[in-house]
Design a binder for this molecule. Structure first.
Ligand code: SF4
Length: 284
């Protein structure tokens, strides 16, 4: 029976894991075909030993493997993967804490996307244990290493040490120590707009540049998202990063708000320009 082993191993009155709807499995099995966006995910699983669970949608379920060292970004690097019981499709979005018992520990979604087989006969490849595939997951675009009021770093900075001096030398700060990640499916303009919306609301209004400048920045970014941006707006945004920069306001809120904006204008300028030239958000 589909998902029999999965169901046998778990007590759904205590675990928050999805119980697996067989109707969902049957529908997915009918509609999901190679070339039609078969789902894949990788989950980070802090069980008795930290490992990664790699799952591929096939015939309405998620074929699953436990990968002790996690997936490699280099296709030439081989990693041990242990085939485990099929999981339900609903498991592909599961994050949570599994209580004492089977698989006890924390599960976090680490990557997801679609996969495409590089062979015509997937069943035969699975039987042979030699299935070549392409994964189309999210790619890292940028990171705010110290939270919302720090400068973006990009994939060019992946090798720097995560300490105060190294991050400062790369042009950002460790700030609150809360890493915020931007993937390549998320619009950087919308992302920065969201941050500016927050900062504009937080302004106490004491200093003119902050009181007037932050709502203006927010409005420009919102218009750009809607397709009404102009090249002049880019100059105005740049100007704000200077007027609201360090030394021009009473507290650090306004300069902090400018850090993700100034670095987004530096690293993701192409995205801003696309919004202006295409008169829409290219991510929608
Ligand atoms: S910079 Fe600080 S003090 Fe000045 S208006 Fe903004 S929040 Fe208030």
């Amino acid at each position: 029976m589909v998902l029999e082993k999965y169901k046998q191993k778990r007590n759904f009155s205590s675990t928050p894991e999805p119980s697996g709807d067989l109707k969902v499995a049957a529908e997915r099995a009918q509609h999901a075909k190679p070339g039609k966006g078969l789902f894949f995910c990788v989950q980070k699983h802090l069980a008795s030993h930290l490992h990664y669970d790699f799952r591929l949608e096939w015939k309405g379920v998620l074929l699953s493997w436990a990968v002790p060292k996690g997936p490699s970004l280099d296709p030439k690097t081989k990693r041990l993967a242990m085939h485990v019981e099929d999981h339900p499709i609903e498991y592909g979005t599961f994050e949570g804490v599994i209580p004492e018992g089977y698989g006890a520990g924390i599960v976090m979604l680490w990557d997801q996307g679609t996969w495409t087989p590089e062979v015509d006969d997937v069943e035969a490849a699975l039987r042979k244990g030699d299935l070549k595939i392409t994964l189309n997951g999210y790619k890292l675009k940028g990171v705010l290493p110290g939270g919302a009021s720090t400068d973006f770093l990009t994939t060019d900075h992946l090798d720097i040490k995560l300490d105060f001096q190294s991050v400062a030398a790369a042009g950002s700060r460790l700030g609150t120590g809360t890493l915020v990640v931007l993937d390549d499916a998320t619009c950087p303009v919308g992302f920065v707009h969201n941050l500016q919306h927050f900062f504009a609301q937080e302004s106490c209004g004491w200093c003119t540049p902050c009181r007037e400048g932050l709502p203006w920045v927010e409005k420009i970014l919102l218009n750009m998202e809607k397709g009404y941006g102009t090249t002049e707006d880019l100059e105005i945004l740049q100007m704000h990063t200077e007027y609201l920069g360090p030394g021009n306001t009473f507290c650090a809120l306004a300069p902090g708000a400018m850090e993700p904006l100034q670095s987004a204008l530096k690293y993701f300028k192409e995205d801003f320009e696309k919004h202006i030239h295409e008169h829409k958000c290219p991510y929608t």
